[in-house]
Design a protein around this ligand. Structure first.
Ligand code: FES
Ligand code: FES
Length: 154
């Protein structure tokens, strides 16, 4: 089946099984490997990307269900040379240990900051709850999000 997908402002026409999870299309066909395969079951958040302004588990979302909604991935935020404010905050706070969860963490946080640029601590914690970090760097991740949000406790 032919599907048209907008990813990071670029249109792509793909020949793909409509049931293919978005994560596989991003990684295998578009070569965007920021989002990671963790559990494949909607339980870890490593695969989180932004679809139509919402943080979604791309391991669960069939590519045919996306429709016209734009997809944004970590690669759409910034680059190593020109990181976004949020990416820079993750660097400044050394929020990554192994780094496997970080693309998903950043994309989930990004959806919050786009909706609410200065969220309070409780809102940040509640919003980030679906994403897990097996290295246990949650406190640094929270500090990075607070910094990007201009919070006083960063
Ligand atoms: Fe998608 Fe774990 S890989 S939620
Ligand atoms: Fe290793 Fe989060 S930094 S899983």
């Amino acid at each position: 089946m032919t599907i048209t997908l907008t990813v990071n402002d670029a249109r792509h026409t793909l020949d793909v099984d409509p049931a293919t999870p978005l994560l596989y299309v991003l990684r295998n066909q578009l070569r965007l490997d920021g989002a990671k395969f963790g559990c494949g079951l909607g339980q870890c958040g490593a695969c989180t990307v932004n679809v139509g302004g919402e943080a979604v588990f791309s391991c669960l979302l069939p590519v045919a269900a996306i429709g016209e909604r734009p997809v944004r991935t970590l690669e759409g935020l910034g680059s190593a040379q020109h990181p976004s404010r949020l990416q820079q905050a993750f660097i400044d706070k050394q929020a990554a240990q192994c780094g496997y969860c970080i693309a998903g963490m950043i994309m989930r946080a990004q959806t919050l900051l786009e909706r609410s640029p200065h969220p309070d601590e409780a809102t940040i914690r509640r919003h980030m709850e679906p994403n897990l970090c097996r290295c246990g760097t949650h406190m640094r991740i929270l500090a990075a999000i607070r910094e990007a949000a201009g919070g006083a406790n960063s």
